[in-house]
Design a protein around this ligand. Structure first.
Ligand SMILES: CC(=O)SCCNC(=O)CCNC(=O)[C@H](O)C(C)(C)COP(=O)(O)OP(=O)(O)OC[C@H]1O[C@@H](n2cnc3c(N)ncnc32)[C@H](O)[C@@H]1OP(=O)(O)O
Ligand SMILES: CC(C)C(=O)C(=O)O
Ligand SMILES: [Mg+2]
Length: 558
């Protein structure tokens, strides 16, 4: 069959002309609930074993989650055993509530109550599908039939709680599963009926979870559905409005954020968006989106690389290099104008002493998520002069003068094109080394002496030395000037090298191993009118300058 867009039914918008959510902003963190160990886990090729689930559970507690869906204990012996292990071996902190999922079916609900026996705090989360499509093709029943499943489940849960012999603090959650595919008035109706059946009150609220089970519409439509629900629920005061977005259209976080604007108070999701099909909503992204708007997400994201390591090991999933905040490439700039702006932003931050994060192209300080050591700027053939200079400074301590950036960048670009790929910092340094430090030397100083003398109250610098040209006999040189470069230029007149004109000079200290040296950057004008740079490094600042001049001449005559 030919691909055909005509076979798809467009999603029906809901009628909410006076919607309020577009005027709202997110100003505080929602109640978070991690469903990594249930929704995330059920979507894995190989679900987590006991050890993996325990490790993941502790990582979630350490991050600050207070509500964690640990599984579907009535679904299998493994799930049941994991639930028992958590309870019996005291893995659950007193301030953390475990949540367990169950279908609204009698035998499964009974088994679930057995599974959680002895836990301090439990949310029993029950669900049944309510969407138009599921009613038609799965349950083959009308809305009344679906309401009956939910209400019967709620009544049984109430009865088992009343009969329960123990100190467990029970709360309840109901999901009209496939909520976003359910007619809004039907979703409201079923949830009101469940609230009534459970006897939920403002003091003992029901978590009403409204899943975007399969993301089928644009995020604004999900927000409309949430706002409609919040405005029309009869027992609104007896409900905590929770959302559970999935990511089928790639908008899970966007849908979740707009749903918060529309009145949701609680968010279910997973770390890095693991979950059925394209995943659940990524809590890391949503939380850090808040963080970068100056809102405390109330979850600790300060060591994302560690979380990533635990996540990848336990789930056997891989994080995409472009995944927000954690992908390998998200704190990297290859292109020249971005590198230039980041470089300038960093400089601005240092010099201005601003209290705010103000760096173009970097929406978050990598250090805030534990990534301060990452190479922010990487070099390929699209990189500009600022990028190569940044790496030379940041990684190797060479602060190349701005006038030298174009010359060095050309050498770097040529190397990238020759290799047809990115240069790692070590290779970039090799370009620098090969062109400036280990350059073939036509003129070599076999001896040199630079000293100062005062005469009639004036200071002069003397250069005396011997130079080999093309490995031939040595020539003695001497010159006097008002500085070492001037003295050297006067000395090399003898061998005709005053055809070069001195243009600019800069110098800074550089640590090499235990000793500190001076590095001089010298710019000369060649007889053909073009400029060239040379570099000199020595523990004596004057010698560094002289070597810089000679290096520029040697490069020019290579
Ligand atoms: C969107 C979500 O993520 S929902 C969570 C999904 N997660 C899981 O399903 C993982 C764990 N589930 C399981 O291991 C199994 O489904 C079990 C053990 C819970 C149940 O297993 P089974 O009863 O053998 O099979 P299954 O789940 O296919 O049940 C199908 C039957 O239950 C009915 N059913 C499905 N969901 C529900 C529900 N929420 N409430 C009431 N009945 C339901 C179906 O209509 C079907 O009925 P039928 O037999 O009359 O046709
Ligand atoms: C069980 C429910 C909440 C679910 O996972 C979904 O609808 O996606
Ligand atoms: Mg789900």
């Amino acid at each position: 069959m030919k691909p055909s867009f005509e076979k798809y039914i467009p999603f029906k918008q809901i009628n909410l002309p006076d919607r309020q959510w577009p005027n709202n902003t997110i100003t505080k963190a929602p109640i978070w609930c991690s469903v990594d160990l249930r929704d995330g886990n059920q979507a894995l090729v190989d679900p987590m074993n006991l050890e993996e689930k325990l490790e993941f559970f502790h990582a979630l507690c350490d991050m600050g989650f207070k509500e964690i869906e640990i599984g579907f204990p009535s679904a299998s012996e493994t799930e049941y055993e994991i639930c028992r292990e958590l309870i019996e071996n005291n893995h659950i902190p007193d301030d953390v509530t475990i949540q367990v999922l169950v279908q609204a079916r009698e035998h499964l609900i009974r088994k679930t109550f057995e599974a959680v026996k002895g836990a301090k705090n439990v949310i029993v989360h029950f669900y049944n599908s309510t969407s138009t499509l599921q009613r038609k093709v799965v349950f083959k029943t009308d809305m009344d039939g679906v309401i009956k499943i939910a209400v019967d489940g709620a009544k049984l849960i109430k009865q088992l709680t009343d009969e329960y012999d123990g100190d467990t603090n029970f709360r309840f959650e109901y999901s009209p599963e496939s909520f976003s595919g359910t007619e809004p008035e039907n979703a409201v109706e079923i949830c009101d009926r469940v609230i009534e059946a459970l006897g939920s009150t403002a003091e003992n609220k029901l978590i009403v979870n409204l899943p975007n089970t399969v993301e089928m519409c644009t995020p604004n439509t999900y927000a409309d559905q949430i706002e409609y629900f919040v405005r029309n629920l009869k027992h609104r005061d007896a409900a905590i409005i929770s959302i559970h977005p999935h990511n089928d259209r790639g908008c899970g976080v966007a849908a979740g954020e707009l749903a918060l604007l529309a009145g949701a108070e609680r968010v279910e999701g997973t770390l890095f968006g693991n979950g059925e099909r394209t995943g659940n909503m990524d809590i890391v992204t949503m939380g850090l989106n808040m963080f970068t708007q100056g809102v405390d997400p109330k979850l600790d994201f300060s060591n994302l690389p560690k979380l990533r390591e635990i996540y990848e090991r336990c789930t056997n999933m891989k994080i995409d290099p472009r995944q927000p905040y954690i992908g390998e490439l998200v704190f990297t700039a290859f292109s020249g104008s971005h590198q230039d702006a980041i470089n300038k932003g960093m400089k601005y931050m240092k010099e201005s002493g601003t209290d705010y994060w103000e760096i173009p192209y970097l929406p978050i300080d990598p250090a805030d998520v534990g990534r301060e050591y990452e190479p922010i700027i990487r070099i390929n053939s699209q990189s500009g002069k600022g990028g190569a200079a940044f790496v030379m400074n940041n990684n190797f301590g060479y602060d190349l003068p701005k006038r030298m950036h174009p010359e060095f960048s050309k050498l770097v670009q040529a190397k990238c094109e020759e290799l047809g790929r990115e240069l790692i910092p070590k290779e970039l340094f090799e370009v620098f080394e090969k062109n400036y430090l280990e350059h073939k030397q036509k003129y070599v100083l076999s001896s040199r002496k630079i000293y100062e003398e005062s005469e009639n109250g004036n200071d002069y610098v003397h250069f005396k030395g011997k130079m080999k040209i093309n490995g031939n006999e040595e020539v003695s040189l001497s010159g006097v000037g008002n500085g070492p470069i001037d003295a050297f230029f006067n000395a090399i007149k003898k061998v005709g090298l005053d055809k070069y004109e001195f243009i600019s000079y800069s110098q800074h200290a550089i640590s090499q191993g235990s000793d500190s040296k001076a590095v001089s950057y010298i710019e000369l004008k060649k007889p053909d009118g073009k400029n060239i740079f040379g570099i000199g490094i020595d523990s004596n600042v004057n010698v560094a300058s002289v070597l810089g001049v000679l290096n520029a001449i040697n490069r020019a005559e290579a």
